[in-house]
Design a protein around this ligand. Structure first.
Ligand code: GLU
Length: 338
């Protein structure tokens, strides 16, 4: 069955596309030894760095599942997208952006520096300070139990649970996030109970997912917030626009710009090794690869997405129709001084 993914400017069959992804995985695997698993949360340090899996769920066509795509791992920062979606639906953009900005930070994911010295609001909801501020808002309206139910629904995965071991491991070592939370309280960004906000944030990071559950979620984001089979709308179109814009500009921490140039797919990473990638109008993609680069992004996962973004024309800035296949009509060299 043909899918919505293009190869060499043509729609290819499922098997042809799968072969391309399989080859890209072998290229990406070479990156694994250059990275390392996160160990600042002790439980994450136990992950096998050699795991790699991908699930691609086109808007039209069948899923492609390769490698460790059914392995459970903690969602970590990708949960910031779920919390952002819920906060936008509950409070609306205006109220949300009174508490956090929508600017790339250029700082590490767990930095306090900018927040303390230069800004009274976190730079964006996809770094720790921003997500902890969002957690402070959410706890006044929803319980963790509600969020878990919503996460299961969005990811079409009933088996998502709180990984208590990872949760406790992070809670016992989260001095930095605790410092951020109290700094936010001192600036009146968090007006609810700080410790509750921190627990809520950390629980959301400790949800056990798979690459396939992330692909299901990403598929709905790619399809404007609507299930491609059920036709059910989960999230508003306007909020989808905001979420995907933030993923493109801020989703890969201080690596977001380079990643956007190299891959061009709105993506959110997590230090558990997950990537949630939204190829708008084409496909949702979930990746798992726990060996991380220096910025905290899956090293093989990013390479894998770079490989397939080019070959399957998944970048935001490729056209979904065939017009881009047209050869150029004139050359810039015509304008050069001779
Ligand atoms: N729970 C992690 C933390 O707060 C999430 C960070 C990440 O995935 O980038 O440090």
């Amino acid at each position: 069955m043909p899918n919505t993914l293009h190869v060499d400017y043509e729609l290819k069959t499922h098997d042809e596309t799968e072969q391309i992804v399989r080859e890209a995985m072998e290229v990406a695997r070479q990156e694994i030894p250059k990275g390392a698993v996160a160990d600042y949360i002790p439980e994450l340090g136990k992950a096998d760095p050699n795991q790699l899996g991908i699930c691609i769920y086109p808007i039209q066509g069948e899923k492609i599942k390769l490698g460790d795509c059914d392995k459970r791992f903690t969602i970590q920062s990708i949960s910031k997208i779920i919390s952002l979606c819920v906060a936008l639906e509950l409070f609306g953009p205006q109220k949300l952006f009174e508490k956090v900005e929508a600017e790339p930070s250029g700082e590490a994911f767990n930095s306090l520096v900018e927040l303390d010295l230069n800004s009274n609001k976190p730079y964006n909801p996809l770094i720790n300070s921003g997500a902890i501020a969002v957690a402070g808002m959410l706890i006044e309206e929803v319980s963790f139990h509600d969020m878990l139910r919503f996460a299961k629904e969005l990811c079409d995965d009933d088996d998502i649970v709180l990984n208590k071991t990872v949760y406790e491991s992070e809670m016992s070592t989260c001095s930095r996030n605790r410092a951020i939370a109290y700094l936010l309280e001192s600036k009146n960004i968090i007006e609810s109970d700080v410790e509750d906000a921190l627990r809520f944030y950390t629980k959301m990071c400790s949800l056990d997912v798979t690459a396939e559950s992330l692909a299901n979620f990403a598929n709905r984001l790619a399809n404007d917030g609507v299930g491609n089979v059920s036709g059910r709308r989960y999230l508003s179109s306007e909020n989808m626009r905001i979420v995907k814009t933030l993923m493109l500009t801020c989703g890969m921490y201080d690596g977001s710009g380079t990643y956007a140039v190299q891959v061009g797919i709105p993506t959110k990473s997590g230090v558990g090794g997950g990537l949630l990638a939204v190829s708008d109008k084409r496909a949702g993609i979930g990746v798992f690869g726990p060996s991380l680069d220096a910025k905290g992004n899956s090293i093989a996962g990013c390479r894998l997405l770079k490989e397939i973004a080019g070959k399957l024309r998944l970048s935001l800035f490729y056209d979904t129709d065939m017009i881009s296949a047209k050869p150029i009509d004139y050359s810039l060299h015509d304008f050069q001084k001779r």
